[in-house]
Design a protein around this ligand. Structure first.
Ligand SMILES: Nc1ncnc2c1ncn2[C@@H]1O[C@H](COP(=O)(O)OP(=O)(O)OP(=O)(O)O)[C@@H](O)[C@H]1O
Ligand SMILES: [Mg+2]
Length: 361
């Protein structure tokens, strides 16, 4: 049985046009056929739509098509979905939320940096501010690999052809949306391609010779666990020291703290009530427990904290097992043995109903 031949017309045309230009004759086809190990007749069949006359094929129309696509980015459908985030029924505003919302509602271009420990609602607050203001949000999760192509855009292969594709930054600029550079301190220096944008200017797409202006309402908000100066205690591995000139372009910095005991209790009550397992006492205990842990952490007495995110994980585990201690145990298993045990012992002191916490040793 002959081996299946995976060669596509696009590959064949790409090869021919690269090697011989747009005017193709029979010798070219013969050479391409032998290059790909397929028969002459099969090759000409693949080239049927480029046939001009006996022994002549013209790839000119391919070039035309390509050029048309390059100047018309719409070949790749632009973001069609609704970019306005949904309101989260569990959301409880606190801390910097009203100020973040004020900046967004002002529609002023005012690059804003939000820094704070993990899982205290930085990303959620930006998302919910946009939800409440009915504004479009484009969130980009930054990693060390993020580059100009990911942010600004580049050429993509669509149905075997190359077409320009707007990156999220260009999309946000053109739509007047809020651009969220999430976890920006994981970036490499490639993020510096955003310098002009952070100055409130548009961007020149050099690859397609087009200038994209900034629509009113466009703004950049960055979140990070550090202030872009690296992480001294090693808790945030992968964070990088960001270029000073990049950081300087952010007008202001919010330092996001964990919610107060009362707010956190409210969050947990909302989450558990929406899961149909409201247990007010458990929520109050958890909020007090995490508050003590965080204060001990601040004083250097412990190396880990319980984030709001982790408390929500615990409530969700509680919704599954309806067992307070099991929910907590499963969710603190991720910490080293000593930390885990001290967290459990502390909870045991707060909640008289859970019984003695068995020790691991
Ligand atoms: N204000 C809030 N109201 C309700 N839930 C909250 C609030 N803040 C945080 N949470 C809960 O904590 C989770 C984590 O929040 P978020 O993802 O915004 O944290 P983050 O600060 O961006 O963390 P990271 O630095 O790890 O990205 C949310 O998914 C939500 O469950
Ligand atoms: Mg986040």
């Amino acid at each position: 049985m002959p081996a299946p031949n995976p060669l596509t017309t696009t590959q064949l045309v790409g090869y021919l046009s690269e090697k011989y230009g747009s005017q193709i004759n029979a010798d070219h086809v013969r050479e391409a056929a032998s290059h790909f190990g397929i028969g002459y007749a099969t090759t000409t069949k693949r080239l049927r739509k480029f046939y001009v006359q006996r022994g002549t094929w013209s790839l000119e129309q391919v070039k035309d098509q390509l050029e048309r696509q390059i100047t018309s980015p719409s070949v790749i459908p632009e973001i069609q979905q609704n970019l306005k985030p949904q309101k989260d029924p569990n959301f409880v505003p606190f801390g910097n939320f009203s100020d973040v919302k004020k900046i967004i509602s002002s529609k002023l271009f005012y690059p804003t940096f939000i820094t704070g420990l993990s899982g205290n609602g930085k990303t959620l607050s930006v998302e919910q501010a946009c939800a409440q203001l009915n504004r479009e949000l484009i969130r980009v999760n930054i990693t060390i690999e993020t580059d100009e192509d990911d942010l600004i855009g580049g050429f993509r292969l669509v149905n075997g052809q190359t077409a320009w594709h707007n990156g999220p930054v260009v999309e946000a600029l053109e739509r007047g949306a809020v651009l969220l550079l999430d976890e920006v301190d994981l970036a490499s220096n490639k993020i510096l391609c955003l310098q002009s944008i952070l100055e409130g200017k548009g961007v020149f797409l050099k690859k397609i010779g087009k200038y994209v202006d900034r629509k009113p309402g466009f703004n950049v908000i960055a979140t990070a666990n550090t202030k872009g100066k690296g992480s001294e205690d090693g808790r945030f591995i992968g964070t990088n020291v960001l270029n000073e000139a990049f950081l300087e372009r952010f007008a202001l910095t919010f330092e996001q703290e964990y919610p107060s005991v009362k707010t956190e209790q409210k969050i947990l009550e909302k989450v558990s009530s929406n899961l149909g397992v409201l247990d007010e006492e458990f929520c109050a205990n958890l909020a007090n427990w995490s508050d003590i842990i965080r204060r001990t952490f601040k004083d250097g007495g412990i190396d880990e904290v319980i984030s709001t995110r982790r408390l929500v994980h615990i409530i969700r585990a509680f919704a599954i097992w309806q067992d307070r201690l099991k929910a907590i145990k499963l969710c603190v298993n991720r910490f080293d043995d000593e930390t885990k045990q001290s967290f459990l012992d502390l909870y045991d002191k707060i909640d008289v109903n859970v019984g003695e916490v068995p020790s691991d040793d």
